[in-house]
Design a protein around this ligand. Structure first.
Ligand code: ZN
Length: 329
């Protein structure tokens, strides 16, 4: 686990461990304002150990102030529990407001208020061609966030907004794709870009992993990747792994990774008519290359694979450009 690190004057990176999966930790970034208050970007996974880690980091940054009292704001790059799981605890202990993009707030509210419609969820799986014997295993994930997060969001962030952060000039950039309300944060004075799960240095984060969206997450991602291009010289502070340079190239590599699968789907769909006896989402997914291998996918991971497949199928059937050029409206 990396030690607490001051990456620039008044900016610290704190690694917060998370359970399971192939990522050992997420990064929480602590920004110390010129009045001594601390804004926390992505406090991390909710656990007693991570709470103690955060308090200990705060004591290092603001000696003389008692733990969470120093916190003046909490910002989430997106709604996933490895980023904002600890936000409820931090908000309650500090009284600091929690800010997320409005799209994320609405998805969280829907998840906490809407009950699962079992018939509707089963019908969706049937339409995807999921064999009857596998539907029960997936049904609980169809319309739910993977972890039930009960979060009260105090502020909606919008694209282009400057954070109220004395001593800093940090601008919100809407970067939908990984989730529909994902944001990056840009500090022009320090040459830093907080990328959340939009762009990671070696891992490829999935797309469309928030709530249901009206637009295609891959089409959104193409636009979001292009938005980083002018800031290619900035240092990226990602949500996982390690900080890195070469942001514009890495963003393009991430996009290309997804487009390879889109072209795989396009090849399978060639000469078939969608919806009329053509291959189902299940059949198409079973013919694609998956890191965990198709036969090894189960539960949430299998549902996520099917959702990604549907996204690629929709992208291809909408006639969007397979070379990743910007989709025309
Ligand atoms: Zn995420």
């Amino acid at each position: 686990m990396p030690a607490l690190e001051e990456v620039r004057e008044d900016v610290w990176a704190l690694a917060q461990p998370m359970p399971g999966g192939h990522l050992a930790y997420s990064f929480s970034y602590l920004l110390r304002r010129d009045d001594g208050g601390v804004h926390v970007i992505d406090p991390g996974w909710d656990s007693a150990a991570n709470w103690e880690r955060l308090l200990s980091a705060l004591t290092t940054l603001t000696p003389g102030r008692a733990g969470a009292d120093a916190v003046t704001g909490i910002i989430g790059t997106h709604l996933h529990p490895d980023h904002v799981g600890l936000a409820a605890h931090l908000r309650a202990a500090s009284g600091a407001p929690l800010a997320l993009h409005g799209v994320e707030r609405r998805v969280l509210e829907r998840h906490s208020t809407r009950l699962l419609d079992l018939d509707e969820a089963l019908a969706r799986l049937e339409a995807w061609g999921v064999p009857e014997g596998r539907r029960r295993e997936l049904v609980g994930f169809v319309d739910r966030s993977p972890e039930h997060l009960a979060l009260s969001v105090d502020q909606d962030l919008v694209d282009g907004e400057l954070l109220d952060l004395p001593g800093f000039r940090v601008e919100v950039m809407a970067t939908p794709g990984h989730t529909a309300g994902h944001i990056c944060l840009r500090d022009d004075e320090r040459g830093l870009l907080y990328t959340g799960d939009h762009v990671l240095p070696t891992v490829f984060a999935g797309l469309g992993l928030g709530g249901p969206t009206a637009s295609n997450p891959l089409a959104d991602y193409i636009v979001s990747v292009a938005r980083l291009e002018p800031y290619g010289s900035y240092e990226a502070l990602p949500g996982h792994e390690h900080r890195f340079r070469g942001l514009a190239e890495r963003a393009r590599t991430c996009l290309d990774h997804h487009l390879v699968r889109t072209r795989e789907v396009a090849a399978i769909l060639e000469g078939t008519t969608p919806g009329s006896g053509g291959p189902s989402i299940w059949e198409i997914a079973s013919r694609l290359t998956w890191t965990a291998r198709w036969n090894g996918l189960a539960g949430l991971h299998l549902l996520s694979a099917l959702r990604q497949t549907e996204m690629h199928v929709d992208f291809v059937t909408a006639g969007l450009p397979l070379d990743g050029t910007l989709p025309t409206a």
